[in-house]
Design a protein around this ligand. Structure first.
Ligand code: FUB
Length: 334
């Protein structure tokens, strides 16, 4: 393993935690007493920018860590490169990590050789990597943005899915339809994220993924045209006071929002906004408890002056109200 590169300055809330590389889509976890962050590694390029997400042309992952929230952030170097993923062709998008079976698992989406987004797994003995990819993607996986949640009973669930470049519209029938680009009519239920329980080996699904229902306060499905509340991409799961909080990006309206359930697979009831729109088109996050406080990890494009595909991971404290609702954080560009 290479020695980590440490930032020159201690981490500060709402400022990039590293500035020597562009990072995005942070998935934060506490492993071995430290906070580890699994981000996308954005690259600088002059390729096309479009709704298909071709500008997000990432090729590898770096793992970051913080000893505490005032420490300088460490970059542990390349943890996995696409050249070492036998089934993948391009675009290593938002990853996540989990620990079970004395093994660290890195989960990541990428396009397969046919251009279809799939979700792969890689394993390692350290939370900092490196990770060795499995030969094939997880059978039955599709779309993007895996978030893996290991519950107190040790059952593990993968939440995933993303519209537009993430191809979720193309899976509406349960099969991949390459020519489908439209979602449901505006008044019809929105396309939901998917959840699949993982097998004990953490490398396969126990059962086929199912669509998650997100309902309004009256128990009606959030409609596809309700772009302030409907699911777009970037799911995250955390548990607070025994309830399951599913949070996600609304994409076109650029918010991070959340919904709550008594069950890990829902149905979930929409609750509100976690973070108002950031600088840059995408917004993507994770929520983690560390050393007695809760934190929101997110990204924006401030370091690059607003270039959508050159983003930086930041964090801020997240607070709950007494009734378990999350206090909305107003984004401030810095
Ligand atoms: O980083 C590429 C894609 O942008 C992610 O997979 C989405 O969640 C969005 O952040």
């Amino acid at each position: 393993m290479t020695n980590p590169v440490k930032s020159a300055k201690p981490a500060v809330p709402n400022e990039p935690i590293v500035t020597h590389i562009y990072t995005a889509d942070p998935s934060a976890h506490v492993f071995e007493g430290k906070l580890y962050i699994y981000p996308s590694h954005d690259i600088d390029h002059d390729g096309p920018t479009n709704d298909n997400g071709d500008q997000y042309a990432m090729e590898d992952y770096h793992v970051l860590s913080l000893d505490d929230m005032n420490a300088a952030c460490a970059d542990h170097g390349e943890a996995l490169h696409i050249r070492d993923v036998p089934w993948a062709s391009q675009q290593m998008w938002a990853p996540d990590a989990a620990f079970k079976n004395d093994t660290y698992y890195l989960y990541f989406p990428a396009r397969d050789k046919d251009g279809v987004f799939r979700i792969g797994a890689a394993t390692g003995t350290s939370p900092a990597g490196p990770f060795k990819a499995e030969d094939n993607y997880i059978p039955g996986s599709y779309s993007i943005d895996p978030a893996v949640f290991v519950d107190q009973d040790e059952r593990a669930y993968m939440y995933f899915g993303g519209l537009w470049g993430g191809q979720l519209e193309k899976w509406q029938t349960g099969e991949f339809k390459p020519d489908v680009t439209e979602g449901p009519d505006a008044a019809a239920p929105a396309i939901g994220p998917r959840v699949a329980e993982l097998s004990d080996d953490m490398l396969t699904f126990k059962a086929e993924p199912v669509e998650i229902a997100i309902l309004d306060e009256d128990g009606n499905p959030i409609a596809a045209g309700d772009e302030d509340r409907r699911y777009f991409e970037g799911p995250w799961m955390h548990k607070y006071n025994g309830l399951y909080y599913l949070s996600y990006s609304t994409g076109t309206t650029h918010k991070l929002v959340y919904a709550v359930s008594e069950h890990p697979q829902g149905p979930f009831t929409f609750k509100g906004t976690i973070l108002t729109p950031v600088l840059g088109w995408t917004t993507h996050h994770s929520i983690v408890e560390f050393q007695g406080k809760w934190y929101l990890f997110y990204h924006d494009a401030s370091l690059s002056g607003g270039v959508d595909h050159k983003r930086s991971v930041k964090f801020t404290e997240l607070r709950y109200n007494a009734d378990g609702t999350i206090r909305t954080i107003e984004y401030e560009a810095k």
